[in-house]
Design a protein around this ligand. Sequence first.
Ligand code: BG6
Length: 535
Amino acid sequence: MESFDPATLTPEKLGQPGDPCIMVIFGAGGDLTKRKLIPALYNLAKGKLLPEQFAIVGVSREEYSTELFRQMTTQEIRQFATGGFDTQSWEWFAKRLYYLSGDFKDPETYKNLDGTLGQVDQEQSTQGNRLFYLATSPSFFAEIVKQLGAAGLVKQEKTPPWKRVVIEKPFGHDLASAVALNHDINQVLDEKQVYRIDHYLGKETVQNILAFRFANGIFEPVWNRRYVDHVQVTVAEELGVELRGDYYDRAGAMRDMVPNHIFQLITLTAMEPPISFDAEAVHDEQTKILRAIQPMHPEQVLDHAVRGQYGDGAMDGKRVPAYRHEPRVAPDSNTETFVALALHIDNWRWAGVPFYLRTGKRLHERVTQIVIRFRRPPFVLFRKTSVDKIPPNELVISIQPDEGISLSFEAKVPGPVVRLGAVDMDFQYSDYFGSTPSTGYETLLYDCMLGDPTLFQRADMVEAAWTVVQPILDVWKALPPRDFPNYAAGSWGPEAARELLQREGREWRDTACTLAHKGAPRSAPEERPAALTRK
Ligand code: BG6
């Protein structure tokens, strides 16, 4: 069976093109393919990270020919390329595109695919390596894997040639369906052939959490219950559900964002140092965090979990409709478009340190950030002043739209009078490393070709994540909300989310002060920079 040995990733190999292969995209006619996958592969091609012996076979129900698929993709790339279009590299890319029309449930499709792959292997010398990417509706995941197995297309006897399967999110709809899907997949594939993708792990700043924590000696000593008061994770979106009402109205904010994207942020922030950066070692530590999150009892759900749904409101001065009036959403929908949770990680490092998370659509501003709020100094040295409270230090890891890290602390305001002001030490990626336009999928696709599963999810991680959210989903299902819609589009979500922290004497970081808004007040009024004046 294939296994990934990070020792083979020598610096010489990193930065080299991936292995020769054919990437088969199921769902080639869909949005993900044209907006993300093709532009990401094209960026890899421009960066010389695709091998000469490479090809893409798109599979979808639509009756296109290879010629038409090439023409359509050539038009779409001009719209969706993130790093500019260049005729020469596109010609190189376009002649590696192939198309097969077929029904995902029909065994005939897989017979035809087998034939096409043999033919493409000959034309492009792709050496039998296969990367199957399931960019379809989740209802096809198990079926496609089963059919691939039955057609003998994913049989991994020796390596090379390798056969890998990438599975998009959402992975299951709840704990039971995730367990069932893992079971179906593992009937056909060895776990090492499975790449469960979460595009948050393709974001540079998310990967940088590990570098920040473990490539520096100064942060780890304070990264624990002794110094950290609490952690906040915010993933706020300005967008509504757009045209995805069909999917979203069945999923809701919890399933769409929490057990996947947000738990990636939480596990990378909270995990113990792995014994190496080997995929298994990193996944082990992430899984331990998920297993250490206290499951909520039904009565705790009422106190520690908040759900919301947006009503109409204004975004950037323009009126926008309520969720229930969005296309393909039930007019009496009880689906949540906002979630806030207070979680507790029961382990030695984090006992007693709440992890607050919130995510929602149609919020005031697009911002994804992790805030580590430290404990206040043990006593106020500046007692003979008019101020008795010093704001806590904060470390903010900004994931998007700005990418950077900022540490706030108190400094003396110059002058004969003793006054303190809050200042920030800021690092912004773009200042140091420029910005490389990317879709977020480049690293992930490249890693699949190298056979590095570190940035993908293991079966037990996915199940551990669902185990945390399942009790909340159960209570919410049993007790439909009575106050939806409960926040206006363009606001920061329902009042209950503010109260969730307020009850514990805390508050959400004033999100008006993301890195994009430097100079704006960092904290709520009662915590603004303390002016310490000698009495
Ligand atoms: C997707 C969700 O996985 O992530 C969407 O299905 C959400 O609802 C998106 O908008 C957010 O991704 P990003 O990269 O824009 O933060």
